[in-house]
Design a protein around this ligand. Structure first.
Ligand SMILES: [Zn+2]
Length: 204
């Protein structure tokens, strides 16, 4: 296979990218100068070395600037409200919430959502890790399920509620979801800060 098609095959695997867009990326790269391509190649090579996954919230973070080993700066920040744990599906959702400056607690990245017909929901998300976190971390008083207002997002919230039923009852943890503001069908990742603020403040 020629290099254009080979590179396009890789881009095709990117989330939301189809074959035509993949080819467009390759042709775009061909218009860039050698310095830019060197920089992009270098960043791709470095990304796994410099960006680590946080052992508490499972978020990707730049380990070079981290104060505490394999824990991200947010998890290490004692000024954050340790009693509220917000569950989001992915890093892009975490970024949207942080940009809204409304949640001052901690996070947990699920790493996906559970499709409605999934037979093994535990394999689609970090459910075991979340349950461990809930049982180990005695400071948690509220679990905010911040999932997209889509069928998969709502189903994922139901799955977590049912998996965590015993732990939250035993530890008297309040479980909330984002309230009005997020219209049905909206992806959290694309919601603006005002919408997120209103949904968080109206969590139910
Ligand atoms: Zn973290």
């Amino acid at each position: 296979m020629d290099p254009i098609s080979r590179l396009a095959e890789y881009f095709r695997d990117f989330p939301g990218i189809g074959p035509r867009q993949a080819k467009r990326f390759v042709y775009y790269l061909l218009t860039r100068n050698a310095g830019t391509l060197d920089e992009i190649s270098r960043l791709i090579l470095e990304i796994k070395k410099q960006v680590h996954i946080c052992s508490r919230c499972f978020r990707f973070f730049n380990a070079q600037n981290a104060a505490v080993g394999n824990v991200c700066p947010i998890c290490a920040d004692k000024d954050r409200d340790q009693s509220i744990l917000m569950v989001v599906s992915k890093d892009a959702d975490f970024e949207a919430i942080e940009k809204a400056h409304v949640h001052h607690g901690l996070y947990f990245i699920l790493g996906g959502t559970v499709p409605i017909l999934e037979k093994n929901p535990e394999q689609r998300i970090r459910s075991r890790e979340l349950m461990n976190r809930l049982s180990d971390d005695v400071s948690i008083k509220e679990l905010v399920l911040s999932l997209s207002a889509t069928p998969d997002g709502e189903h994922t919230a139901d799955v977590i509620r049912s998996l965590a039923k015993d732990i939250v009852a035993e530890r008297s943890i309040r479980v909330t979801v984002l309230g009005r503001g997020l219209s049905t069908g909206s992806e959290l990742e694309y919601a603006d800060s005002d919408t997120i603020k209103s949904a968080f403040n109206n969590r139910i």
